[in-house]
Design a protein around this ligand. Structure first.
Ligand SMILES: [Cu+2]
Length: 389
């Protein structure tokens, strides 16, 4: 009887420890994401060709604010929108979903797993000392104990249900479609940089490349300064979004799967070639927020950061105007057609068709020949660069 009880306790302990491992792994991930970059950066950066899109020295502005042509000046705030050395936990959240998730993590998940772990640890110590051989010469022959079996079945079920209630609500909120009047941001992943379109605002495009360190750029090229943001997170062009206005985020990619992720927004959305993914969020506080590609997308996956500046709507409108864009008429749905990479009628598809029609003779596995490219630090076409943005 007693032996079986001990075995049952040990099984329960094992299950609890296994679940602890899962939660601990998740909790550690924000900190862990920074480490590989830091390790990979020096070797990776120095071995690649310099960026082809860097602005010449004369056009390179002194501050990131000036780089945005009329964009509002916005200083990076320490501990906001970026990782902080030596700090555990999630970044300060600036969206409703993020705040709820942060609360759920701190108020439900962490206390639950802490209590489970302490209980299991206490049980382990108890059986180790109370039922050690010296103190327990005649082992129990217990094979069943209905009461405790009901307890160890029901307790985990109750815990999981209590966690599931807020969890499913959060999951649902994360996929809520944007309401009318939302500002659409289309983020397109490329190896290895992001391009952005504002289809509701005249469809202008912004390309964002990571800013390299001073010793990694040619003389005269723009290098990262502390005003730009943290190393590996600062970009030459920041994305500007309005505060307090729902944002419709659409992601896609031109080559492989990327993922547009900004921790402070509680947003991580895969960017998949030939497909549009959509979510929505509303930024509550002005500030500069940094993120990264979060889907392993190739050699320079760690070097395609995201930098978002959240400003009041009036400043956003001024920025759109400075970019040559337009603000949509209030209450009027956008008729903007969002070009889809790989879709019929797109440039990529036309090129594919041309290549196929130029082929002579029977061809097996005919595909478009990959363009010869060195794919250096960025594969931005020269001219589509950032000086003009
Ligand atoms: Cu990527």
């Amino acid at each position: 009887m007693r032996k079986m009880r001990i075995r049952g306790i040990a099984i329960a302990a094992g299950i609890a420890l296994a679940s602890l491992g899962g939660v601990a792994g998740q909790a550690a991930s924000p900190a862990a994401t920074a480490a590989p970059q830091a390790a990979a950066a020096p070797a990776g950066v120095s071995n690649t060709a310099p960026t082809t899109s860097a602005a010449p020295a004369t056009a390179a502005p002194a501050s990131p604010e000036l780089a945005m042509d009329g964009a509002p000046a916005m200083a990076v705030q320490p501990h906001i929108g970026q990782p902080t050395n030596g700090v555990l936990g999630l970044q300060t959240q600036v969206t409703k979903n993020g705040e709820f998730a942060h609360w759920m993590h701190n108020a439900i998940l962490m206390p639950t797993i802490t209590a489970v772990c302490l209980l299991v640890l206490a049980l382990l110590f108890w059986v180790m000392f109370r039922y050690r051989r010296a103190a327990n010469q005649v082992p129990s022959k217990t094979s069943h104990n209905t009461f405790i079996e009901i307890i160890w079945t029901l307790a985990p079920v109750v815990i999981l249900v209590l966690i599931a209630v807020p969890s499913i609500g959060l999951l649902q909120a994360q996929f809520k479609p944007a309401p009318s009047g939302a500002v659409t941001l289309k983020a397109i992943g490329n190896q290895w940089y992001w391009t952005y379109q504002y289809p509701d605002n005249g469809g202008f495009e912004v390309t964002a490349n990571m800013l390299k360190e001073k010793d990694q750029v040619a003389p005269g090229e723009r290098a990262r300064t502390d005003a730009d943001g943290p190393r590996l997170l600062a970009t030459d062009n920041r994305i500007v979004l309005p505060v307090g206005v729902p944002i419709r985020l659409i992601t896609t990619a031109n080559d492989v799967i990327h993922s547009w992720a900004v921790p402070a927004f509680w947003i991580k959305l895969d960017a998949i070639p030939g497909r549009l993914n959509e979510t929505s969020f509303t930024i509550d506080k002005p500030g500069v927020y940094f993120g990264q590609c979060s889907e392993l997308c190739g050699a320079r996956h760690a070097f395609m950061p995201i930098a978002v500046v959240a400003v009041p709507p009036a400043q956003f409108a001024a920025w759109v105007k400075a970019k040559g864009g337009t603000m949509p008429t209030p209450g009027k749905a956008s008729n903007a057609v969002i070009p889809q990479p790989g879709a019929d009628g797109s440039a990529a598809k036309a090129a594919e068709a041309d290549a196929a029609s130029n082929t002579t003779g029977p061809v097996e596995n005919a595909t478009v020949a990959a363009p010869a490219t060195t794919q250096g630090a960025t594969s931005n076409p020269a001219g589509a660069g950032n000086a003009g943005q």
